[in-house]
Design a protein around this ligand. Structure first.
Ligand code: GDP
Length: 139
């Protein structure tokens, strides 16, 4: 078993889709090991997406991710990183496979419902970004 980080993004939380997305992920075989509802400020969102600093969509991404509450969560499964990337689908929902979270629930390439870590190394960093040792003691 391994861990990954998902974030249900402000578009999905704001339109009341968080519960459906959580149920979708649980049905797909993930176990929720930590979960929070929080709102990021620009410094936090900018730091989380620092790898994209300088990209044309960076400012829009930071604005979007600070536009309302988000729901970060630690998910556990066999090969969790790859399994979650498969479950969420391509960045642009128009390109995402049938039955994926983004195909079902995302609005657009920017407002795309969910984030998922893209490697085990980044999953460890991103889990540490949102969850303290205290909250992770049970992991
Ligand atoms: P992901 O790993 O599938 O989330 O995609 P990336 O790491 O490439 O991009 C991070 C996030 O930036 C995406 O999930 C989108 O929210 C946003 N993003 C990526 N490309 C674009 C774009 O062309 N336009 C806008 N507005 N947002 C984008």
């Amino acid at each position: 078993m391994s861990l990954t980080l998902a974030i249900i993004k402000p578009d999905a939380v704001g339109s009341g889709k968080a519960g459906k997305i959580l149920a979708h992920l649980e049905s797909a075989g993930f176990t929720v090991r930590a979960l929070r509802l929080t709102t990021l400020d620009k410094t936090q969102a900018g730091a989380f997406y620092a790898v994209h600093a300088g990209r044309p969509f960076y400012d829009e991404l930071v604005d979007f991710m600070t536009s309302g509450p988000v729901m970060p969560m630690v998910l556990e499964a066999d090969d969790a990183v790859a399994k979650l990337r498969d479950a969420i689908g391509a960045t642009d929902p128009a390109q995402a496979a049938e039955g994926t979270v983004r195909r079902l629930y995302a609005e657009s390439k920017g407002r795309n419902a969910i984030h998922a870590s893209d490697s085990d190394e980044n999953a460890a960093i991103e889990i540490g970004f949102f969850f303290s040792m205290h909250e992770r003691l049970g992991l």
